[in-house]
Design a protein around this ligand. Structure first.
Ligand code: GDP
Ligand code: MN
Length: 394
């Protein structure tokens, strides 16, 4: 799960990580009031679940999703241009994201920008801390072009972050004296926050030194492990549904494992492995899956019905492939769910069905006698071919 910068900073400051003072605003007038309290120049920061805001551009031509205002008056003016406007950055895709809130923070006098990140290295089964003096810019670019400028340190899950690792990174980044101490403290607190919050990613870009000698997290991005949210109630409450795909939100209400993709063939499959294999075979046959959907092993006809409805409400879907291997889940139950859904919504695209395993004949029979024109296939290859060939013209 992703959260906004202002939420990540709220969490981090509870762990003692120094961040600039700030408060979120939903209206230009609130932006004015907050800026007045902070006093002096402030930064107005668009809050969306994507980075690259500073270099972003709004749909109406307004430039910059992060802007410095010299006083409260200007902060209000900038906020009024950002709020309700759609911001496009290299991370949002060309459709961009609507800005519903802005974060007003005190402006910092930057001496130097650094990068500091913690992420799970799945291959090494350890968290890795990444640090670089090349902060502020896209770290992906640094990683691709000058990887030697990123220092890495892996943390043993049992022994935890060691003081020598923190000091080594501090030295590599070139910190000295009091700033070295500040950096070490900040990193230790950041790491504690990352672990205790069940984060999968914590990224400070940029981490800065100010002209008056402080070390601060100027930006913060945190992602969390969805499977840990049941013990992270505060973080779970940070979920912002307006940032998520409406179909994925709908699917999560029914406990469906649904992820929307860019293709045109809607897939309904039981089991994550089979779902991935199905997507592969569709691609092999020249098509592109519109989604990943695992209805799960304990699918009831009610769940299948909801899953099918969600699939069909994706405007990009030009045909549907239902691929079920009946083991624990019975094929006739799946067929019933599909038929129930078909009663409630009009099916305007070809639906290819492949059922194998428990009660597959019964399932096929139900589908064939349903009065709907389902296309049937005996194996996965044939089903994938058919789903690609039968796609509705747009
Ligand atoms: P991002 O573009 O979404 O990563 O947003 P950031 O919060 O990282 O801000 C983008 C850039 O704006 C930073 O890299 C800074 O260069 C600049 N910036 C943000 N806050 C301040 C500030 O308080 N003072 C100054 N001088 N620059 C800032
Ligand atoms: Mn940033």
């Amino acid at each position: 799960m992703k959260v906004h910068e202002y939420q990540a900073k709220e969490l981090l400051s509870k762990f003692g990580v120094p961040v600039p003072k700030g408060k979120v605003a939903f209206l230009p007038e609130e932006a004015y009031q907050i800026a007045k309290v902070i006093g002096g120049s402030v930064v107005v920061k668009s809050q969306i679940h994507a980075g690259g805001r500073g270099k972003g551009k709004f749909k109406d031509g307004y430039v910059g999703g992060v802007k410095i205002a010299k006083d409260a008056e200007e902060a209000k003016e900038i906020a009024s241009r950002m709020l309700g406007n759609v911001l496009v950055t290299h991370q949002t895709g060309k459709e961009g994201k609507k800005v519903e809130k802005v974060y007003i923070t005190e402006a910092s006098d930057i001496q130097k920008e650094y990068y500091l990140g913690i992420v799970l290295d799945r291959a090494k089964e350890q968290n890795v801390i990444m640090a670089s003096t090349e902060g502020g810019v896209e770290i992906e670019k640094v990683a691709a072009e000058t990887p030697e400028k990123i220092f890495k340190s892996w943390v043993h899950p049992v022994f935890g972050l060691q003081r020598y690792q923190v000091r080594e990174l501090g030295f590599l980044l070139g910190f000295k004296g009091d700033q070295f101490k500040q950096f070490c403290e900040l990193l230790e607190k950041l790491y504690r926050a990352h672990e205790e919050c069940d984060a999968t990613l914590t990224e400070i870009n940029p981490l800065i030194t100010t002209k008056d000698g402080r070390v601060l997290a100027l930006d913060a991005k945190m992602n969390f492990d969805d499977n840990a949210l049941l013990r992270q109630l505060e973080i779970a409450s940070f979920r912002d549904l307006t940032e998520e795909d409406p179909l994925e939100v709908e699917a999560s209400r029914y406990d469906l494992n649904y992820i929307r993709l860019d293709g045109t063939i809607g897939c309904m499959v039981n089991g994550a492995g089979l779902a991935m294999a199905t997507m592969d075979v569709i691609t092999l046959e020249g098509g592109m899956p519109a989604n990943f959907l695992d209805v799960g092993g304990s699918a009831t006809s009610e769940r299948v019905k909801n899953a099918f409805k969600i699939l069909l409400s994706d405007k990009n879907v030009k045909s549907v492939l239902i691929n079920i291997f009946g083991g624990i889940v019975r094929c006739d139950v799946i067929a019933e769910g599909v038929i129930e859904a078909a009663k409630e919504i009009q099916i305007t695209v070809p639906v290819v069905v492949r059922l194998q395993g428990t009660n597959s004949e019964k399932g096929m029979e139900l589908l064939q006698n349903s009065g709907h024109n389902f296309l049937t296939a005996k194996d996965l290859k044939e089903a994938a071919k058919l789903s690609v060939a039968s796609q509705r013209e747009t």
